[in-house]
Design a protein. Structure first.
Length: 167
């Protein structure tokens, strides 16, 4: 029975730590050039499914056919992930022409290279839904606070039994 609780506590610690790390990665800042994003639309299906958690990495150069995430030119604070279909230069500034794989037409505005946040590395389907839930108050309670409380309670019981044995 003691082995079960040890394994259960280890599982909870790994779960809470993993969720915490992913929540931090899905924040606004990148960590060592990496960032995690949640896909909210189907514009890149079937390549990237809605609800996926994607990871991007900041690069120095991007080329045609790369899938990149960028700060939307149209909607403030929105991040879009689309494929580069062409690269143009205007007045020594590089711009990307982008298009979602599922979209019939390209994005309405060229995107300056400086607006690109990173290149798509890989996706974990459906994990984005889970992370979105974990960021809500109810998700925080169910996925972080409850398991954390269980871990703390078990450790207090262990310390109490150790302390009582020394008497």
């Amino acid at each position: 029975m003691k082995a079960f609780f040890l394994i259960f506590n280890l599982f909870l610690i790994i779960l809470v730590s993993t969720i915490g790390i992913i929540i931090i990665l899905t924040g606004r800042k990148d960590i060592y050039g990496y960032r995690a994003l949640i896909v909210l639309s189907g514009s890149m299906e079937p390549t990237i499914k809605t609800g996926s958690l994607i990871f991007i990495k900041k690069e120095k150069n991007y080329k045609k056919n790369d899938i990149v995430s960028y700060g939307s030119v149209v909607r403030k604070n929105a991040i879009v992930t689309h494929r580069i279909i062409d690269i143009i230069k205007k007045q020594n500034i590089k711009y990307f022409i982008l298009k979602g794989d599922a979209n019939k037409s390209r994005d309405p505005y060229p995107v300056p290279a400086t607006a690109v946040l990173g290149k798509f590395i890989f996706a974990i389907p459906f994990l984005g839904y889970f992370i979105s839930f974990a960021k809500t108050p109810l998700g925080l309670i169910i996925l972080i606070i409850v398991p954390g409380t269980i871990i703390i309670w078990e450790e207090i019981k262990n310390l109490k039994s150790i302390f009582l044995l020394k008497r």
